[in-house]
Write a protein that binds this ligand. Structure first.
Ligand code: GCU
Length: 332
């Protein structure tokens, strides 16, 4: 259910793109697209979407603009995508894990160790596979506009994890995704699906012993204050995805749609660079200022335990099976 109070903040808590652009966009006939996400304003994804908004105004000469609502003020990722599906909200940035609840093909992006490197990940997502994924949810009332790098996800906890054995019986927060739950179970841990916004307190109060994410979560969400051991097992590379309501797309002219895709593509390239810097800086800040210990591990031990999941997801549908094979073929 959508939190009514959050929804009412649609106008009150908005982040405007800047007075000059806002007034251009406010002129008669202009469309303002509302976009929700759950990250902080210092996150590279937020910065990239801000840049996308600026480019959209330039490319459409003020006819289309973006209004960004960060920090889950309009609801969780799941709630935001539901609003997009119903055409109440124009766009949402979510993590692809959460999209599994809307269409099973997104499970492919959650398969452990499927992407063998960052280059492999970009090769797949910027090519035919990415395009197929963006269009896969058309039947659900929304589609992908671009993806953003969310790095490699690893376990971090209040105790050190050196091998899968250390995960035994640990309570690990995962995203609300069936694949993430299954992966954690295969490693012997006890998965607890929770919203990102509830995780800091859950770690602090011992509701969970650990979680899994990229290193920036230690800093931007302050998780490094309450979980001091980060294990570099790098089990998945699950992208963040920007989705748009089919109803919104229909309202835009074809020239405006082209401008939107162009601005989104540029923001993806911008975030690719920004992500690299943010990620490296997060490791330095977490290590030096927060006392987080980064632990190198034998990733093959984690890969071996989670391997059955790849076959399970491949068997889920012909589309998933073909997509996994296509991704494997791209790996050098
Ligand atoms: C990443 C992602 C977030 C997501 C989070 C999570 O940090 O960028 O959008 O919410 O993972 O683990 O929930």
């Amino acid at each position: 259910m959508i939190n009514r109070r959050k929804f009412c903040t649609l106008t009150a808590g908005a982040l405007l793109l800047g007075p000059a652009m806002a007034s251009r966009a406010a002129r008669s006939g202009a469309q303002e697209l509302r976009l929700s996400h759950n990250l902080t304003t210092d996150h590279s994804v937020h910065k990239a979407m801000t840049m996308m908004g600026e480019r959209l105004v330039e490319l459409t000469d003020g006819a289309v603009s973006l209004r960004i609502y960060p920090g889950a003020q309009l609801g969780t990722q799941r709630e935001s995508v539901e609003l997009v599906q119903r055409g109440i909200l124009d766009m949402a940035k979510t993590n692809a894990s959460e999209l599994e609840a809307f269409d099973p093909v997104f499970s492919v992006l959650n398969v452990p160790y499927l992407f063998t490197s960052r280059d492999h990940f970009y090769q797949a997502l910027t090519g035919d596979i990415g395009r197929e994924l963006f269009q896969a949810s058309r039947r659900r009332g929304f589609e992908g506009v671009t993806f953003y790098d969310s790095g490699a996800r690893s376990f971090y906890a209040t105790r050190a994890i050196h091998t899968p054995k250390d995960l035994y019986n640990m309570k690990i927060r995962v995203q609300p995704s069936a694949t993430a739950i299954a992966m954690t179970q295969l490693l012997g841990a006890s998965p607890t699906p929770l919203d990102f916004g509830d995780l800091y307190t859950a770690l602090q109060q011992g509701v969970v012993d650990g979680a899994e994410n990229n290193p920036t979560a230690l800093v931007t969400a302050n998780h490094g204050e309450v979980a001091r051991f980060f294990t570099l097992d790098e089990h998945t590379r699950v992208p963040d995805m920007l989705v748009i309501s089919s109803q919104t797309l229909e309202r835009l002219s074809s020239t405006q749609r082209d401008a939107l895709y162009q601005a989104a593509h540029e923001s993806m390239l911008f975030q690719k660079q920004a992500w690299e810097r943010a990620s490296e800086q997060a490791v330095i800040t977490a290590g030096q200022d927060m006392g987080v210990e980064f632990i190198q591990v034998d990733q093959a031990l984690f890969a071996e335990k989670t391997r059955p999941l790849r076959d399970d997801i491949a068997a889920q549908s012909a589309q998933s099976g073909k997509m996994i094979q296509a991704i494997e073929r791209l790996s050098t």
